[in-house]
Design a protein around this ligand. Sequence first.
Ligand SMILES: NC(=O)c1ccc[n+]([C@@H]2O[C@H](COP(=O)([O-])OP(=O)(O)OC[C@H]3O[C@@H](n4cnc5c(N)ncnc54)[C@H](OP(=O)(O)O)[C@@H]3O)[C@@H](O)[C@H]2O)c1
Length: 309
Amino acid sequence: MSRAVMYEKFAGPEVLEVREVPEPHAGAGEVRVRVAAAGLNPMDWLIASMPEVAERFGVTLPSGFGHDYAGVVDEVGAGATGFAVGDRVFGGAMNRGVADFVVVKASTQGHEALSRTPEGVSDEVAGTLAVAGSTAAAALAAIGLKSGDTVLIGGAAGGVGVFAVQLAKLAGARVIGTASESTFEFLRQLGAEPVAYGDGLAERVRALAPGGVSAATDLFGTETAEAALSLGVKPERISTIAAAGNAPGGVRETGGFDAEPGSLGRIARAIAAGDVTVPIAATFPIERVRDAVELQAARHVHGKVVVTL
Ligand SMILES: NC(=O)c1ccc[n+]([C@@H]2O[C@H](COP(=O)([O-])OP(=O)(O)OC[C@H]3O[C@@H](n4cnc5c(N)ncnc54)[C@H](OP(=O)(O)O)[C@@H]3O)[C@@H](O)[C@H]2O)c1
C-alpha cells in the first residue's frame, strides 16, 4: 500500500484525506516516481473546491490531489526509454501529485513531461517548478520581454511571481512588482522595486518610473494589466495569467501550457547555477496537507508551499 491525498466531493480543505491506496506500477512506456516533495498551486484547491474548474481540467470524483512533484524514478515499465531507476526527476501529474508514487509516461514532452533534477537542486525546490516555472516563462515570453525593458509585474511575490521577477531580471529588465507593503523587503531581495497594489496603482508606478513602463504581466487578475494600459503600454506587451477570459482589450491571456519546450530545464539549470532562488514559504508533511492548502488559499504566500512525503 501507499499514501495518496484524495477527495470525494468538491469543497474546502476539509475534504482532503490521506488514504492508503494500492501501490501503482509503471505500465508499458511509463515510469514510476517515488515522490519526495510536492509543491502546491492555486489550481490544486480551485479544482478541489469548484466543480466547474474541475470540469475544465477533466477531473472527476473521487480524485487525487495536486500536480507538481519531484522525486526519484523507482520503476521503469516495458519499453520505456530515456529514464532509469535512480534518476532524479520532477514534473506535473494532473490531480495526483501529492502521493507516495506518481506514474507518468517516460517522456520529456507534453503536459506531464518529466524533467531531470540537476545536481545541487533539492527535491523541495524541484517540486515547485512545473506549474509556476512554466507559467512565469510563458507570461514573459508572451510579452517579448527583453533587455532594457521596464516591466511591471502584478502579484510579484507569489508562487509565479518569484520566478517571473528573477527571470525578468536575468533577461536584463528593470522590474517593478506589486505587493502589499509588508512584502516590500521580500521583493527587494529578489531584485524588484516594490509598489503597492490597489487604487492609484498607475500613479504610483508613474512616480517610480517617470520614463515609462514598456511591458507588464498580471499574475493576480486584471488590475496590473489595466494600470499598464492606462500608462500607455501597448496591449500586445501586456499579459495576464489570471483573468479567466476577462483580459482587458488586446491583453494576452497565457498560462503554463503555452511555455516553450525547454523552459523548465532552463529554469532548473539557472537554480543550480545560483542565478534563481526559490523561496519556500513553508513545508508541511503529507498528514498536514489541509494546513498547507489553507495557507496557500489565503493568497498571501511569498514563494511556494511544499508538501513533503
Ligand atoms: N494560467 C495558468 O496557467 C496559471 C498558472 C499558475 C497560476 N495561475 C493563476 O495565477 C495566479 C497566481 O498564482 P500564484 O501561484 O502566484 O498565487 P499565490 O502564490 O497564491 O499568490 C500570492 C501572492 O498574491 C499577492 N496578492 C494578494 N492579493 C493581491 C492583490 N489584490 N493584487 C496583487 N497581488 C496580490 C500576495 O502578495 P501580498 O502577500 O503582498 O499581499 C502574494 O504574494 C492565481 O490566480 C493562479 O490561479 C494561472
